[in-house]
Design a protein around this ligand. Sequence first.
Ligand code: PBG
Length: 325
Amino acid sequence: MELPSFRRHRRLRANAGIRGLIRETELQPSHLIYPLFIEAGLAGRKPIPAMPGQDRLGLDALAEEARVLKGLEIPAVLLFGLPESKDERGSQAWARDGVVQEATRRLKDADPELIVIGDVCLCEYTSHGHCGLLGPDGSVDNDASLPLLAETAISLAEAGCDIIAPSDMMDGRVAAIRIALDSIGRTETPILSYAAKFASAFYGPFREAADSAPAFGDRRGYQMDPANARMAVDEALTDIGEGADMVMVKPALPYLDVLRQVRDAVDVPLAAYNVSGEYSMLMAAAERGWIDGPRAIDEALTGIRRAGADMIITYHAKQWVEARR
Ligand code: PBG
């Protein structure tokens, strides 16, 4: 008998049925987390120009949003707030009647099963737009910021957040937040740490959406250098050591190698944040007819899963589920 002289890989690509049987990576609505921007004092919804298809929501729009997400089987949201006022310390971040605290109560009232994730950071609440407290020299004072971040985590947990997600990149914040949550009896509230958060140009549209651009300087003194991958693993291990239950790599698409390296190095669940700039680039090209939007979205999200993410925070969540129906 004559042996075949080459492999025929196309045999397993002949039709949708066989492709489905051998597909290695699955993407389901249950993997998706949808970010929401909630603006104090806003009635209804207001489009975000730099993020076509995304809106800022008023508190009065949240019950309906929860209903829509349930219909789409999207299990979780990540909340960002635009407060009525800002100050040097970012005190609206931990105000008991702060916009995210109130939004959490309304979302949990509307759908107790919706997983509400509270983003812990000061940049949306400080007048200077940095993620922590400023020291006398104008740089962010790491240790002085920790109690404020811990206080923010407490207020979010008390408002009903199911998961606390610190995104500020201060050292020691996971430990500070774990101790704080335990001290109020919230021993069962998990922490999803933005462990490897890079100082990225891809956050541009978010800073318009959340009105959180730094008034001076940049975030390179606390967010990671985009050139470093080993350091991302080190960051993840540090946060897990401090008590993080899950870790995140952010952004996603320019950092798929980092996702893979962190995935291979740790055993806790891994999240990827498919950030605002990744979203807007794709939407802009699709709007111009340069790429097929729904297919590109599916491919991007599948790639992030294939790189090792368990869950994906993405502005595409609703579009992706709708397109697949
Ligand atoms: C707050 C925060 C940012 C993002 C999430 N949390 C902005 C930043 O660090 O400047 C960006 C998310 C996105 O671009 O979608 N620190």
